[in-house]
Design a protein around this ligand. Structure first.
Ligand SMILES: Cc1cc2nc3c(=O)[nH]c(=O)nc-3n(C[C@H](O)[C@H](O)[C@H](O)COP(=O)(O)O)c2cc1C
Length: 176
């Protein structure tokens, strides 16, 4: 494997969920670069059923926190991105399409030195829709808090590969 490939794997391995942010704003050109890259996430039939609602306004953030207290770390992030997908356009795959787009947002942000954390919206679909004005067919699949990291978390533990990898049939261990 070339050095560059190793660097790219290292890039993936060094992404962390970031929950503490510096107050510095994220410039729009940086944000648009990230969202521009996120458009290249794969989606079933290339339907690209996603939209991005960028949340910067303090009042909107507070309304989101009133939907779910767990969103409160958004108050200390310069912005949030609601990734929502059209469940009518992509009836079977809207959640996974949206998850791909959300992951691309997080990875593009990481590439530019920004930190992100995915906040769970799927228990509060109607509440989030209402706050950010999404129509009923657009399901908010992720709320991503974003900003320059003010912490360097250690990697979270991962399950061992030999515990989760099978050969041809579930339960048949693939010796790693
Ligand atoms: C679908 C999903 C929902 C998540 N929801 C939350 C959340 O509501 N609050 C939070 O602090 N982190 C949330 N996370 C982040 C996870 O806790 C985190 O990805 C996991 O602990 C692994 O840590 P890492 O991202 O630093 O590798 C979520 C992640 C995913 C993929």
């Amino acid at each position: 494997m070339s050095c560059r490939s190793e660097d790219m794997l290292e890039f993936l391995l060094t992404r962390r969920s970031i929950r503490q942010f510096k107050p510095d704003p994220v410039p729009d050109d940086v944000l648009f670069k990230i969202l521009g890259v996120a458009r290249y996430a794969p989606s079933a039939g290339n339907k690209q059923p996603w939209v991005f609602v960028v949340v910067k306004d303090r009042e909107v953030k507070e309304k989101l926190v009133s939907v779910r207290a767990g969103f409160s770390l958004l108050l200390n992030a310069p912005l949030g991105v609601v990734v929502a997908c059209d469940k009518e356009l992509a009836q079977v795959s809207y959640q996974v399409d949206c998850a791909n787009a959300a992951m691309y947002v997080m990875l593009a942000a990481h590439a530019l030195g920004l930190g992100t954390v995915w906040l769970q919206t799927l228990r509060d679909v109607e509440g989030v829709q209402k706050v950010v004005g999404l129509p009923e067919n657009y399901v908010p699949v992720a709320l991503i808090a974003m900003g320059y990291p003010a912490e360097k978390p250690q990697p979270k533990p991962r399950r061992p590969l030999d515990e989760i990898t099978y050969l041809d049939s579930y339960g048949v261990k693939y010796p790693v």
